[in-house]
Design a protein around this ligand. Structure first.
Ligand code: CTP
Ligand code: MG
Length: 602
């Protein structure tokens, strides 16, 4: 039962209809929620029971001036009614809290899981800050909806119905007089509900913009500092923040307008009720006991009513947040296991591109008619100016994106026949600026490795990547934490940890996207050596701007504006007149000049 509740596929049960969606979101907890309402009813009944008992006591004992055994019974009755009221309220809150927290915990888990599984294309077009905003602030608005507003609204309605029936029992005319104001309050509430929903949505949107700005500035703090852009960024933040302030103020103004308006009506209602009731009591139409009970009961009708508006208005937050979260849930996940080939055996790594063209969703074509072939174990180098489509090309291999025309064959089968999971298990990617998690170095090296690995294997991988000694130089060795809470690794060290990770993964196909590399690769010849070792016996795609790092490749593809303009080995290409030779000439000349300068300086 428990796991069934937790594994609910929210995407299947939710819909555009907000209230229905919020109800379905509670699946597995609904009966508890109904239980919470049931306890609210008990509590309300006990409450109006006390007033009816009061009426009985005043009329039959106090005014009749009788005493004796009956008074004791009535006293016990009061105590019992208060006790029931308190207990019922407690159980109601308990059930509501359990429902709200349970539902929200599941929603959070689901969202995290879902976001991890969304497509590359989705993440490319979505702001991280906006996602964070939806997963935190909006989720919390829904929690409040369950914990406070929905239960509060239920309480108000139940209190109203029960107390109104009690009033009817006292005196029909008085009862009707006491609720004239209800339609007005409901009307005002609904009016404000609409206004607040709009203002709140605008507020949340602005909040998301602010989160995005903050998040980008934190992750891009080095760029900001390097360009001395702090004043501009601070100014931008200030402007966004001011907009948030204005929207927040608007939201609060609407809220604060609602209160006095509803208070005027509620107050007038009370006065009229008390006045008419008192007149009737003086004229003997109703008894004193009835009047006293009435005076108490009317409070329990008007006060909830006063809250009704607040509840309805606040509920709009939950509904807006539901929409914002449902937008994420609606997105399709990347089908990791769709495809017919997912055998446990390793692939060989023969690849063939057959007239491959590709464009991003709603973008123009970035790869045109790419055709080439490479055998298992070969290295293919991609060279080309920035934006020529090198990264786009290699991203097709793990099926981050699928070709839009033509086909890629892996071991003679169309790549689209393989499941994405299987492909990604066999493909290793090393980036120039690899991302490491704020976890230990050990965990970073073993990241994504499914099988059990021994410490020895991890150390071997680290040795191959020439990072073992570096790691041992830290006081805590492999347990050293990386990132914010731990040591800061240099770019080269990070890259070597990533290489160790790839050694351990032992992929059949290797992708080295080095296109951002500057002179680093040369100065850190250790990395070059490690990469050379890593490339052995694997089909490798290497992207580099420097010819020195790709000269040995078995096949070099020179790309321009999404097309292959030259292909061959270094020796072949150097013979031809063309882009390759000119790049080679320029780079060797620069290096010769550099060498001369160094020589003359020393
Ligand atoms: N592009 C896009 N949507 C993406 C990624 C890239 O529209 N999610 C576009 C880019 O604007 C570019 C083209 O696709 O015009 C090729 O980009 P890419 O393959 O990343 O170029 P690279 O050759 O890898 O460039 P660099 O050397 O700078 O890495
Ligand atoms: Mg690139």
């Amino acid at each position: 039962m428990k796991s069934l509740i937790n594994n609910l596929d929210l995407k299947k049960v939710l819909s555009e209809k907000r209230l229905h969606g919020l109800w379905m979101l509670m699946s597995g907890y609904q009966s508890q929620y109904i239980g919470a309402m049931f306890y609210q009813t008990i509590s309300a009944l006990a409450k109006s029971g006390t007033y009816l008992l009061l009426q009985y006591f005043v009329d039959n004992f106090l005014l009749a001036q009788t005493s004796g055994f009956g008074i004791g019974v009535i006293a016990v009755g009061f105590v019992l009614l208060f006790l029931v009221q308190g207990l019922a309220t407690f159980f109601s809150q308990k059930n509501a809290a359990k429902t709200a927290e349970g539902t929200i915990q599941r929603l959070r888990n689901y969202l995290y899981n879902h976001i991890q599984n969304l497509t590359f294309a989705y993440h490319a077009k979505t702001d991280t800050g906006d996602l964070i905003q939806r997963c935190t602030s909006d989720v919390d608005a829904i929690r409040r909806f369950y914990a406070d507003q929905a239960i509060g609204l239920g309480r108000i309605i139940i209190l109203f119905i029960v107390n109104f029936i009690a009033l009817l029992r006292l005196n029909t005319y008085l009862a009707l007089i006491s609720v004239i104001v209800v339609p007005i309050i409901v009307f005002i509430s609904v009016y404000f509900f609409r206004k607040v929903a709009k203002a709140y949505e605008a507020y949340q949107e602005q909040d998301a913009i602010l989160s995005t700005t903050l998040q980008e500035n934190l992750s891009g703090v080095r760029v900001v500092k390097a360009f001395a852009r702090q004043p501009y960024e601070i100014d931008k933040f200030k402007k966004d923040n001011y907009e948030k302030y204005q929207r927040g103020r608007r939201l609060l103004t609407i809220h604060s307008l609602f209160w006095p308006i509803s208070d005027i009506f509620c107050g007038a209602q009370m006065l009229v009720g008390y006045y008419i009731g008192a007149k009737m009591a003086i004229n003997g139409v109703i008894s004193i006991g009835t009047y006293m009970a009435y005076a108490g009961l009317i409070i329990w009708i008007i006060f909830p009513l006063r809250n009704l508006g607040r509840m309805i208005v606040q509920m709009s937050n939950g509904l807006v947040s539901y929409d914002r979260i449902y937008k994420i849930i609606k997105e399709d996940r990347e089908p990791l296991d769709k495809g017919s080939i997912s055998s446990k055996e390793k692939i060989r790594g023969d690849l063939e591109f057959k007239h491959v063209s590709f464009h991003y969703e709603d973008g123009s074509e970035v790869l045109h008619d790419i055709s080439f072939k490479c055998h298992s174990g070969m290295s293919v180098a991609l060279l080309g100016s920035t934006g020529s489509g090198k990264t786009s090309l290699v991203n097709l291999l793990p099926r981050f994106y699928d070709v839009t025309e033509g086909a890629i064959l892996l071991d003679d089968y169309d790549l689209r026949l393989y499941t994405r999971r299987y492909l990604r298990e066999q493909i290793g990617i090393v980036e120039q600026e690899p991302f490491l998690f704020s976890r230990s170095i050990y965990e970073n090296i073993t990241f994504g490795i499914k099988d059990q690995v021994s410490t020895e294997q991890v150390e071997t991988a680290a040795k191959m990547a020439a990072v073992h000694d570096v790691i041992l130089s830290f006081p805590q060795g492999y347990k050293t934490l990386v990132g914010e809470r731990g040591v800061t690794l240099s770019g080269g060290q990070k890259q070597r940890v990533a290489i160790a990770r790839t050694f351990l993964k032992d992929p059949r196909i290797l992708i080295l996207d080095d296109s951002t590399s500057s002179v680093d690769a040369e100065t850190e010849s250790v990395i070059q050596d490690a990469i050379q070792k890593l490339m052995q016996n694997r089909t490798t795609f290497i992207i580099a701007h420097r010819i020195q790092s790709i000269m040995q490749a078995d096949l070099i593809l020179v790309m321009d504006k999404g097309s292959i303009i030259q292909k061959g080995t270094h020796d072949e290409l150097i013979q031809q007149k063309g882009v390759y030779r000119s790049i080679f000439d320029i780079q060797t000349r620069i290096e010769e000049d550099l060498q001369k300068e160094i020589n003359s300086a020393s």
